[in-house]
Design a protein around this ligand. Structure first.
Ligand SMILES: Cc1cc2nc3c(=O)[nH]c(=O)nc-3n(C[C@H](O)[C@H](O)[C@H](O)COP(=O)(O)OP(=O)(O)OC[C@H]3O[C@@H](n4cnc5c(N)ncnc54)[C@H](O)[C@@H]3O)c2cc1C
Length: 465
């Protein structure tokens, strides 16, 4: 068996692992990265990027169909059609460009990439089974765990046949006539909306009493209204019992205990993801755990010396940008820099229609934390740019401390608000006060003006509402 020595060994080439490897190599650390599947991990291959590509394609198709009916803009088209295979090829092209880019960056920076399944032997040794079924032993000084997460299956409806996870939903070979989505979190709603716009009949089943249950109620209202307009049938307060005997319908039960069945050519189970902790010898390290996640401190150190963990394997929030930020930090700590992972806020975006952004605390979270806060919202109905984009729905809301006006949270719902997440994140991270945002000249006409106006409104003198 060949043995290789390295300073840093990274398990997993997703956004956490590949960013850590690139940064470590930039800092002169001998780095080896092991990836069993494709570089880029869930995010680039079966997560963030392909889902946003599909959402975009579906949105454009829905828009074309909308123009074919009637358009206040005066645009007229005749019955558009969809070449789904080409849509999937286009999406795959983007994924290919990005994963190829990651491979290029790792090479350019001198990271040694090993393709194969890593199995932990001990805190300093990993055995890798390559595609050619050869075993390579890698000995390291630092072991970084970045194996990501896996979709959670429903015991009553395991994956297989008509029951699919987001991975299969992102590579459709044909459009199902009827799709049932189980789980109205962001992944279920993003994909359910995309499938509806592509032309499928979509039912969404959610056990709790509203869609996006993890999000603030006011933010979710425009999303729920849009689902109704699109013709997505939402069944809240309902639990899934399994498939019917014929295997072509999902049995659901409502809060009153009444059962009914939803016809389904496909069932997308999107009830969450769990840290990947099985199948690679992690248990042999006997690390302290936090539920199913690997417990880490604010430097991403596990309970074993020189064993680090980042990204989804460390639990919520399971987001690519958190994984990347942790990876970059761990590389710098190993290189001797003093760093801690203490972000003031980690943005969360739902690419639903309309989009939702949450950065920092909502008014109720601020109250729960014992902060005396003021909050104000500015509606996009009063924002010129929104109207020129055919969308006046949604709002921007700011939450700030009453005493010194320090901004502790931003939320927005509306068309294109995902792009406001940078401004929101920066203002909180830089310790901005309401006066800083209100006093910054925001370009006209942009959605950003709603950000300034929310701050002005919190100060009691909004100009455009
Ligand atoms: C449909 C969908 C949409 C999403 N949309 C967003 C979004 O819009 N924004 C956002 O921030 N996040 C989004 N996410 C979440 C995001 O993809 C994850 O948070 C992110 O990919 C986590 O990165 P990671 O590096 O921790 O793990 P992963 O990206 O999961 O990468 C882990 C890698 O490790 C490899 N691996 C695991 N075990 C081994 C082993 N033993 N040996 C070798 N290799 C191994 C895996 O093959 C994988 O490539 C989405 C997820 C899904 C499923």
């Amino acid at each position: 068996m060949d043995t290789l020595s390295t300073t840093l060994l990274v398990i997993g080439g997703g956004p956490g692992g590949y960013v850590a490897a690139i940064r470590a190599a930039q800092l002169g650390i001998a780095t080896t990265l092991v990836e069993a599947d494709k570089l880029g991990g869930t995010c680039l291959n079966v997560g963030c990027i392909p889902s946003k590509a599909l959402i975009h394609a579906a949105g454009e198709f829905a828009q074309a169909r909308h123009y074919a009916q009637e358009s206040p803009l005066g645009i007229r088209v005749t019955s558009p059609s969809l070449d789904l295979a080409q849509t999937v090829r286009w999406k795959d092209g983007i994924v290919g460009r990005l994963t190829g880019g990651v491979a290029g960056l790792l090479k350019k920076n001198g990271v040694h990439v090993v393709g194969g399944w890593a199995r932990i032997v001990d805190g300093k040794t990993v055995a890798v089974t390559t595609a050619a079924q050869e075993t390579l032993r890698i000995v390291c000084e630092h072991l970084l765990l970045a194996p990501g997460s896996q979709p959670v299956a429903l015991p009553a409806m395991p994956f297989g046949g008509r029951v699919i996870s987001s991975t299969e939903a992102l590579a459709p070979q044909a459009l199902p006539q009827r799709l049932v989505v189980v789980g109205a979190g962001y992944i279920g709603l993003e994909l359910g909306t995309a499938y509806r716009k592509l032309g499928a009949e979509v039912d969404v089943v959610e056990a709790l009493d509203r869609v996006l249950p993890a999000y603030d109620e006011e933010l979710v209202k425009p999303v729920a209204a849009s689902l109704r307009r699109l013709g997505v049938h939402v069944h809240t307060g309902c639990t899934v019992q399994g498939m019917n005997a014929g295997g072509d319908a999902v049995r659901i039960r409502n809060a009153q205990g009444e059962e009914s069945a939803l016809q389904a050519d496909q069932v997308l189970v999107a009830v969450g993801r769990r840290p990947r902790t099985d199948g690679f010898g992690l248990e042999s390290l006997m690390l302290d755990m936090n539920g199913r996640a690997v417990r880490i401190d604010d430097q991403c150190r596990t309970s074993m010396r020189n064993v680090w963990a980042i990204g989804d394997v460390t639990g919520e929030p399971m987001l690519a940008h958190r994984a990347m930020a942790q990876g970059e930090m761990v590389a710098e700590i190993i290189a001797g820099r003093r760093r801690h992972f203490t972000p003031a806020a980690i943005p969360a975006v739902c690419f639903t229609d309309p989009e939702v952004v949450v950065v920092g605390r909502t008014p109720s979270e601020a109250a729960q934390a014992g902060l005396d806060c003021i909050s104000a919202m500015f509606p996009f109905a009063a924002n010129g740019r929104s109207l020129t984009l055919e969308s006046g729905e949604g709002f921007v809301r700011v939450v700030a401390r009453r005493d010194d006006h320090l901004i502790v949270g931003w939320q927005a719902v509306g068309r294109g608000v995902s792009e406001l997440s940078a401004a929101f994140g920066q203002s909180i991270e830089m310790g901005a006060r309401l006066e800083d945002i209100a006093g910054t000249i925001h370009a006209h006409p942009t959605l950003g003006e709603a950000v300034q106006e929310a701050a002005l409104r919190a100060l009691g003198h909004a100009l455009h509402v």
